[in-house]
Design a protein around this ligand. Structure first.
Ligand code: ADP
Ligand code: TZD
Ligand code: MG
Length: 603
């Protein structure tokens, strides 16, 4: 579209009476010498760049093909995926890692829907992300006249995200992008939908007017200082504890207040439990980590300080037998202090005695100040009892890990991964599956914050390759290791091509036990169809990556697995290791068997 065309296009829109004069004047200038203009494509790109967005994950097609091309031309890294869901997961975890909203860019209706699962996932996990989708012509969509890829995307996105916006005029792009960024990162972070109709992109306006309409968002995630009385109340409750415990959640990891969190834990001497993605916030080998005594400390603790962790299903809702309650829903008697940015989180499951509302950085530093330097360490009998449990369990685990069964089981394979991560503490560890997830979480120690990226709040399968791409792209060039159940891997496996295309240092280890949970189920009718839970036996997953020029390794022993991983890390080449695991080694639903209705019936 040339300058004259775009002037005509903008002139079609009726101008409010007061603006008539200005618009005529602009047109006149354009008639004489084509004015400098900027179109919707470039306004979107400049708005993103102005706010420090340097990477976009997406998949091209009408109406955003040219946007992907122009983003690349403008120096934004455009990572093009094979399925929007994986681009969306990449954006969501990039948001977690960087505190900047991860951007996922898709086409309309089907592409938008493919990205939507990831948007909902981001919202559920409190990760900042913006899903930007092109959309069809509003007038046609609203009359349901059957436009190309017709769908009322804004309405569909709304219940699944924190906020949703649509921009109809080029002049509003700056505001639209600014609002999306603020909504994604301020307060409790989450997913935001930004709807950009096809007609917006070629709209051209005066370049100076356009550029001036863009907003460089000032202080997008303002600090939220906790009230002094809330901090004092928290200190009083903590002071009264005989058996205190701290639980760190992924909100604590997200907040990047690592030094203060460590200082709080070390200065109070309180034992702590990291939730899955908070592993490594302090090294898992830290003296005060109570991970190896989890089932002892939860019911025994009398005061629990939650930092960026919700009392949802992952913590048995803060009650019931896990917490020493007399029945499955009974309160175990603990008193809770909860640090969270959301004022509505407290009391969602049990009574919170001391809610501290604010950002974790400000709250933890206020607590540190309030406790001073003479805090009395927890009673020795509490620490001693934990140490005793811990030592026993660690010794038991060491014994199990030392075994070398044939075929490998989860333990003997993960013993290798454990060593490799210890030797490469800066590597990212992506992890999904059921047994492949639970065993990795408990066996593989993490040493640095925000290195463990996993299935999160939903226990969602399919994040593996999207997360791996994002970690390699925005993670400062560090190695990525993805430990994947064979089922879990299948959800995003085609992104092997993406990993090879961008030549990313990703080493995928598939824990191949021939199926979902196990590979030894049979069809009880004796019919020809296999059980719904099993896959092709001895599937050669390593050959998939060879199709795209990557390195495939078939590993039947811990030695073969170790060699494969070491070589992957040395060469930084995309590598897939097919680790053959005893098909009878896993248990149904991994560690969450109790949530399986079939198991419930049996109880
Ligand atoms: P986990 O699954 O690890 O237990 P959750 O996702 O349940 O963690 O909890 C994360 C919590 O952290 C959420 O309630 C969220 O509101 C909170 N949160 C996220 N970022 C911050 C922050 N910067 N400051 C305070 N709270 C935060
Ligand atoms: N679909 C989605 C999107 N998320 C899910 N969590 C599931 C289905 C159900 N599911 C689990 O919760 S774990 C899992 C499924 C299908 C796969 C387990 O098999 P795996 O791991 O091969 O990945 P293990 O090591 O065999 O247990
Ligand atoms: Mg499996």
């Amino acid at each position: 579209m040339n300058a004259m065309d775009s002037v005509t296009a903008t002139r079609k829109e009726p101008a409010p009476a007061g603006m008539q004069a200005t618009q005529d004047a602009t047109t006149k200038v354009a008639d004489e010498a084509p004015a400098q203009e900027i179109d919707g494509f470039n306004l979107v790109i400049e708005a993103l760049k102005l706010n420090g967005i340097d990477t976009v994950f997406g998949l091209p097609g009408i109406p955003i093909t040219d946007l992907t091309r122009k983003l690349q031309a403008a120096g934004v890294r455009m990572i093009s995926f094979r399925h929007e869901q994986n681009a969306g997961y990449a954006a969501s975890i990039a948001g977690f890692m960087t505190q900047k909203p991860g951007i996922c860019l898709t086409v309309s209706a089907p592409g938008f829907l493919n990205g939507l699962t990831a948007l909902a996932h981001a919202t559920t996990n409190c990760f900042p992300m913006i899903l930007i989708s092109g959309s069809s012509e509003r007038e046609v969509v609203d009359l349901q006249q059957g436009d190309y890829e017709e769908m009322d995307q804004l309405a569909i996105a709304k219940p699944l995200c924190k906020a949703a916006f649509r921009v109809l005029h080029a002049e509003d792009i700056g505001v639209g992008v600014a609002r999306a960024i603020r909504a994604a990162v301020s307060g409790r972070p989450g997913g935001v939908y930004l709807d950009l109709p096809a007609k917006l992109f070629p709209q051209a306006i005066d370049a100076e007017v356009g550029r001036k309409s863009l907003i460089n968002v000032v202080d997008p995630a303002p600090r939220q200082i906790p009230a002094p009385e809330a901090v004092q109340r928290a200190v009083d409750v903590l002071k009264s504890a005989k058996r205190p415990l701290i639980i760190l959640g992924k909100g604590a990891a997200y907040a990047q207040a690592d030094a203060d969190i460590r200082a709080l834990i070390e200065r109070t001497g309180i034992p702590y439990l990291p939730m899955s993605m908070a592993k490594g916030l302090l090294p898992d080998t830290h003296d005060q980590s109570a991970s190896a005594a989890r089932s002892f400390v939860l019911p025994e603790a009398d005061v629990v300080l939650l930092i960026g962790a919700r009392l949802n299903w992952l913590l048995s809702h803060g009650k019931g037998k896990t917490w020493g309650g007399k029945s499955s829903k009974a309160w175990g008697g603990q008193r809770f202090v909860q640090i969270d940015i959301s004022p509505q989180e407290a009391d969602s499951n049990v009574r919170i005695d001391a809610p501290v509302v604010g950002d974790i950085g400000s709250c933890v530093s206020a607590l540190l100040k309030a406790i001073g330097s003479n805090w009395a360490k927890p009673p020795a009998d509490w620490l001693g009892a934990i140490a005793e449990r811990k030592n026993k369990n660690v010794a038991k685990m060491a014994e199990t890990l030392a075994k070398n069964p044939s075929p490998m089981n989860f333990h003997s394979a993960l013993n290798v991964v454990r060593d490799i991560v210890k030797a490469n503490p800066d590597a990212y560890l992506v992890n999904e599956g059921a047994n492949a997830l639970d065993f990795t979480r408990s066996i593989v120690d993490m040493y640095k914050p925000r290195k463990r990226l996993d299935v999160g709040t939903w226990g969602i399968m399919g994040v593996g390759m999207g997360y791996s791409v994002a970690a390699a792209v925005v993670g400062g060039g560090q190695q990525v290791i993805a430990v994947e159940g064979d089922s879990a891997f299948g959800f995003s496996g085609m992104e092997l091509e993406t990993i090879c295309r961008y030549d990313l240092p990703v080493c995928i280890v598939i824990m191949n036990n021939n199926g979902v949970y196990r590979g030894d189920e049979v069809n009880p009718t004796g019919g020809k169809d296999p059980s719904p839970l099993v896959f092709v036996k001895d599937a050669r997953y390593e050959k998939l990556i060879e199709a795209f020029g990557g390195v495939g390794v078939y590993a039947r022993t811990p030695d073969e697995l170790r060699k494969g991983m070491e070589e992957a890390i040395r060469s930084r080449r995309p590598t897939l290791i097919n680790a053959i695991i005893d098909e009878a080694a896993g248990t149904e639903s991994g560690r969450i068997t109790s949530l399986n209705p079939a198991a419930k019936k049996k109880q």
